[in-house]
Design a protein around this ligand. Sequence first.
Ligand code: MTE
Ligand code: MO
Length: 432
Amino acid sequence: MAAVEQRCYSHGSGYANSKDAMHGPRYDSDKPNMITTVYVDPTSNTNCTADSDDSVGADPQRRAARIVKSEEPFNAETPSSLLVHSFVTPADLFFVRNHLPFPEHTDASKHQLHVEVQNGKKKGTVTLNLDDLKEKFTPTTITSAVQCAGNRRAEMSKFKKVEGVMWDATAIGNAKWTGVRLRDVLIAAGVDPNDDNIKHIHFEGADIDPDSGNHFGVSIPYHKAMSPEVLIAYEMNGEPLSVEHGYPLRLVVPGVIGARQVKWLTTIRTSEKESPTQWQQKDYRAFSPAYNVGDNVDPASAPAIQEGPVQSAFCMPAPGSTISAEATEIDVAGYAWSGGGRGIIRVEVSTDDGATWHLTELKQAPDQTLDDMWAWTLWRAKIPLPANKRRHELVCKATDRSYNTQPETPVGIYNKDGLLHNCWHRITIDVK
Ligand code: MTE
Ligand code: MO
């Protein structure tokens, strides 16, 4: 494994160009970055070139920069210093979360989307292809973050044993999704928007569990499905979806955990009940800290996760960074997000374990308000460092529109599957 030394934060890109979209104190220094970020990348010695919002091409070096968690099924996350390079995450750097092998490749022209609607006693199926969606419905674009409910699971596992893919803090990305409103498609397929009998909408992907023969599937509540932000997307960052992210069609459910945002979407179904799959009924439920790995837990003791809690994490400096003994301040940067479209109102950083806090400068989507903030927030600051320390410990925390903030420790939010880990994010920087 090669340790790559980098100076990654490109001052002046992004933030400087969009001051109108900022909240909080401004950051205008042109001083060179004083920290040296060391991140360990198993496959590449790529440099930090991904600093423009439109760099979505499939640069093989960048693709190789992703950190693979498992090959089969394919799961990979983004090196943290690359994540804050652009407000919109390039598709080939965007984390990938698969439960099953990739589905057999279908050409978009052959891919069919079945919409099965029960309207009173009438039952019917409407089948659409990509051209139908593009021709019959009004396209719309929304910037929305996708975060896996297992993001930061590895940290929770250091507190107490948990099960699942050991994600660090970058199982999250932010993209510009283009597609048609799910609501429009449901209504065109015969759904009455005032129908009280429909409680949930089920979705299935083309990927199949080789053991059970079941397709990946989940559901979201009907009222969310009928909200204007929920899309059947065919483009990510202005390009057709890549296979990894759901080509040719995926569901995008802003404000909700990644698991509900079904890739390779083939089937949509109205129902009185939630989806019967394991991903809706058993997994993706955060149980009480009363239960540990190995305990027999009644799945009904916790509901299926939909919206996630408020979250923030450092991306710069990356874990394992060092700083010179002369440095009196440090550049920090990261992301923040909250579920349900609750905008981030502030992100703060502390160098004394929360005794005192420093505000950070926020970058947010200019077309979204605190009440419909589906995109993430990027934040950064130059933070004074306490003198005479051999090691600095930094923590960050975000507060959302509803004044929810992150818990200090995992103690009260521990759950045996390591879901929704959102305690204060901590990094240590050794003094050289
Ligand atoms: N859709 C299908 N068909 N199969 C899957 O395994 N994984 C889900 C969701 N959609 C999944 C899926 C989970 S858990 C997450 S976090 C997101 O996809 C990740 O989206 P991404 O791979 O585009 O980042
Ligand atoms: Mo996920």
